[in-house]
Design a protein around this ligand. Structure first.
Ligand code: SAH
Length: 218
C-alpha cells in the first residue's frame, strides 16, 4: 500500500474510532481531539496496523499490550478533568501511544517504562511524529518519580496490587491518579483525587484487564 493509501485508510478508521468512543460515553472534547490527532497505527508493527483503530488491546512486543482506544481515552478523561494540564506522569509507557495522547493534554509528560527495548522504539515513533514534550525514562515506576513531582495527574497503565501512598503523595492538590488495581481477572479502575488538605478521595470504577505491574528494569 502506498503511504498515501495508509494515510487515507487511517483517517477513515480514526473517524470510526471516534464515533465508537463517543458511543461508549467519552465526551471530553480535548480527549476526543487528542485521540483523533494521534495516528495509533504508527505505534504498532506493520502486520497489525490494519487493526489499530479497532476497540481492542494489541500486542506491542516483549509480552506487553497497548490498551484499547476506549481504555486510553477513559483514563485520560478521568485524569484530566476537562482541562489542559501542566505536568502528567504515566507509569507503563509501552509503545508510547498513551504518552502521545497525553502530550496533547499536558505541557509536559513524563513516562516511565521498565523495558528498555520498548522505550527505544517508543522514542523513535515520538520523534518521527515531532512530539517533543514527552520524556521517557527506563526505570521501575512502581513508586512514581519523586524528583519530578508534583503532578497534575498520574496515569498507570499496568495493574497494581494497591495504590502506594508514595504515589498519592506525588499529586498536586486537586490532582488525580487513575490506575488499574487488583490481580488477574479481578481488576478495577481506581481513581484517587487529592483533596488539597492532605487527604484523598478514592473511587472504584469499572472492571478492566491490564498487564501486571512488575518490579525491576530490563
Ligand atoms: N500506555 C502503554 C501501555 C503499555 S502496557 C501504551 O500506550 O503502549 C503496560 C506497560 O507497563 C508495559 O510496557 C510494561 O513493561 C510496563 N510496566 C510494567 N511494570 C512497570 C513498572 N514497575 N514500571 C514501569 N513500567 C512498567
Amino acid at each position: 500500500m502506498s503511504v498515501h493509501g495508509i494515510g487515507m485508510t487511517s483517517q477513515r478508521a480514526r473517524t470510526r474510532m471516534l464515533e465508537n468512543l463517543k458511543a461508549q460515553g467519552i465526551a471530553d472534547p480535548l480527549v476526543l481531539a487528542a485521540m483523533n490527532a494521534i495516528p495509533r497505527h504508527l505505534f504498532l508493527e506493520e502486520s497489525i496496523q490494519q487493526r489499530a483503530y479497532d476497540d481492542t488491546p494489541l500486542p506491542i512486543g516483549q509480552g506487553q499490550t497497548i490498551s484499547s482506544p476506549y481504555i486510553v481515552a477513559r483514563s485520560c478523561e478521568l485524569a484530566c478533568r476537562g482541562q489542559m494540564l501542566e505536568r502528567v506522569l504515566e507509569i507503563g509507557g509501552g509503545c508510547g501511544y498513551q504518552a502521545a495522547v497525553l502530550s496533547r493534554l499536558a505541557k509536559e509528560v513524563l513516562s516511565l517504562e521498565r523495558i528498555a527495548k520498548l522505550i527505544g522504539k517508543a522514542r523513535q515513533t515520538l520523534r518521527e511524529l515531532r512530539i517533543n514534550n514527552v520524556v521517557m525514562k527506563n526505570v521501575d515506576g512502581t513508586f512514581g518519580y519523586q524528583a519530578a513531582a508534583p503532578f497534575d495527574a498520574i496515569v498507570v497503565a499496568a495493574a497494581m496490587p494497591y495504590v502506594p501512598e508514595e504515589l498519592k503523595q506525588q499529586l498536586k492538590p486537586g490532582g488525580r491518579l487513575v490506575a488499574p488495581v487488583g490481580a488477574g481477572e479481578s481488576q478495577r479502575l481506581i481513581m484517587v483525587e487529592a483533596d488539597g488538605e492532605g487527604g484523598f478521595k478514592e473511587q472504584e470504577l469499572e472492571a478492566v484487564k491490564f498487564v501486571p505491574l512488575l518490579s525491576g528494569v530490563s
